[in-house]
Design a protein around this ligand. Structure first.
Ligand SMILES: *Cc1c(COP(=O)(O)O)cnc(C)c1O
Length: 428
């Protein structure tokens, strides 16, 4: 089944660290070798051996329209013929900025960058410059890209300073990062009590999606808004996944919370490398060349990425798109729950909008620690069984499955059948 993939991988590890250009693709967490892909078509992925899969990775979120959407590929094609990058402004950048602003009212000015990592890195720099403070609060299990100061593990105890999560990051670069458990009201209050005038910003995934999907507890985001306002700190929503996923106005629209700064990525690039950060004009005006906070990019706002992003958002603006996504994802969620009930399995299904995780645990999952109660061995085998039957899931327990507009009821039904067979195979 994987003859060609195996050959590709063998060659890849000779030239690329681990054979992949981003670690989770290596499929180590599911005890497999990576599958090499040839092409994508709507909800389907086709690998180099010709195997066909229903895809729930969707490039880790960007492909909300599915693979090779005709409007997106047409936009890329027609724009690329006129030049791929000018290192000078184009009017379509303005159009994308205006479109983002009109969807997300908390964004009054926005700067395009090339990845989610760049967006969070720049937002943190800006928050520190604006407040004149150093400390950042983040939450354990929330991922904000591989920015040095945000790549931290929590220490023991509650309000602890982050320990570098990777060699190559000096403690000096993480000592101003305070890592707290997600959804822990007391820990946040405590941290603000202890460091009240030192906290530049709180950065949070308003719905956690990088430790599996974990929604915020009722009142948690409100508390973050309240405490940051009260203490002169900024609230940064990392909506790199949730932006244009939970609706046109992202998680902030869905929960009715207005952050000071927002980070975007993934969907706004329509499958090309894009990120963005934006927020209150008064804060964004500090960014160079309007202000003193330096941030730049050779390929930022390049015509092709902007065209893909514009085409994607324009599709999303059509009536009924989010209703369709909601209905499809709900069908998947309910089907999964029925199967678990029928097979008398105690696992948990979390769904927020069109993101979903099946946690292999019978414990309530509210943060990183409780997510870790999942049986990752079992998930690994489940992933393998699913792949064997033609469904490609994210190769880790702690990731979101993404439903796209290209998925239909038929694909969801097929998926559920495969889930049933796979879970049965696991228990056999
Ligand atoms: C993917 C992701 C990032 C990083 O984006 P890249 O484009 O991979 O650098 C940041 N924050 C969140 C919430 C993400 O899901």
């Amino acid at each position: 089944m994987f003859t060609r993939s195996s050959a590709c991988y063998k060659r890849a590890i000779e030239s690329i660290p681990g054979g992949v250009n981003s670690p989770v693709r290596a499929c180590k967490a599911v005890k497999s070798d990576p599958i090499f892909f040839e092409r994508g078509e709507g909800p389907y992925l086709i690998d180099v051996d010709g195997n066909v899969y229903i895809d729930y990775v969707c490039s880790w979120g960007p492909l909300i329209l599915g693979h090779a959407h005709p409007e997106v590929t047409a936009a890329i094609y027609s724009v690329s013929k006129k030049g791929t990058s000018f290192g000078a402004p184009i009017w379509q950048e303005v159009e994308l900025a205006e479109l983002i602003k009109s969807c997300i009212p908390s964004i009054e000015k926005v700067r395009l960058v090339n990845s989610g990592t760049e967006a969070t890195m720049s937002a943190i720099r800006l928050a520190r410059a604006y407040t004149g403070r150093k400390k950042i609060i983040k939450f354990e299990g929330c991922y904000h890209g591989h920015v040095d100061s945000l790549l931290v593990k929590a220490g023991s105890g509650l309000a602890t300073f982050g320990i570098p999560a990777s060699p190559g990051i000096p403690e000096e670069l993480t000592k101003h990062t305070i890592s707290l458990p997600y959804n822990d009201f007391e820990a946040v209050k405590q941290a603000f009590k202890e460091y009240e005038k030192e906290i530049a910003a709180v950065i949070v995934e308003p719905v956690a999606a990088n430790m599996g999907v974990i929604p915020p507890k009722k009142g948690f985001l409100e508390l973050l808004r309240e405490l940051t306002s009260e203490h002169g700190s900024l609230l940064i929503f990392d909506e790199v996944i949730t932006g244009f996923r939970l609706g046109l106005s992202g998680a902030q629209g869905a929960f009715g919370i207005t952050p000071d700064l927002t980070c975007l990525g993934k969907i706004i690039g329509g499958g090309l490398p894009v990120g963005a950060y934006g927020g209150k004009a008064e804060i964004m005006e500090m960014v160079a060349p309007e202000g003193p906070v330096y941030q730049a990019g050779t390929l930022s706002g390049n015509p092709i990425a902007v065209a893909a992003g514009l085409a994607t958002i324009k599709e999303l603006l059509k009536p009924g798109t989010y209703e369709k996504l909601e209905a499809l994802a709900k069908l998947l969620e309910e089907g999964l729950k029925e199967i678990l009930e029928e097979l008398k399995l105690p696992y948990r299904v979390h769904r927020v909008a069109s993101m979903l995780t099946l946690f292999f645990t019978d414990k309530e999952v509210i943060d990183f620690e409780t997510a870790l109660s999942s049986d990752t061995e079992k998930f690994a085998r489940f992933w393998q069984e699913m792949v064997k039957r033609g469904v490609y899931l994210p190769p880790s327990q702690f990731e979101a499955w993404f439903v796209s507009l290209a998925h239909g009821e038929e694909e969801i039904e097929d998926t559920l059948e495969v889930v049933y067979e796979s879970l049965e195979a696991l228990e056999a």
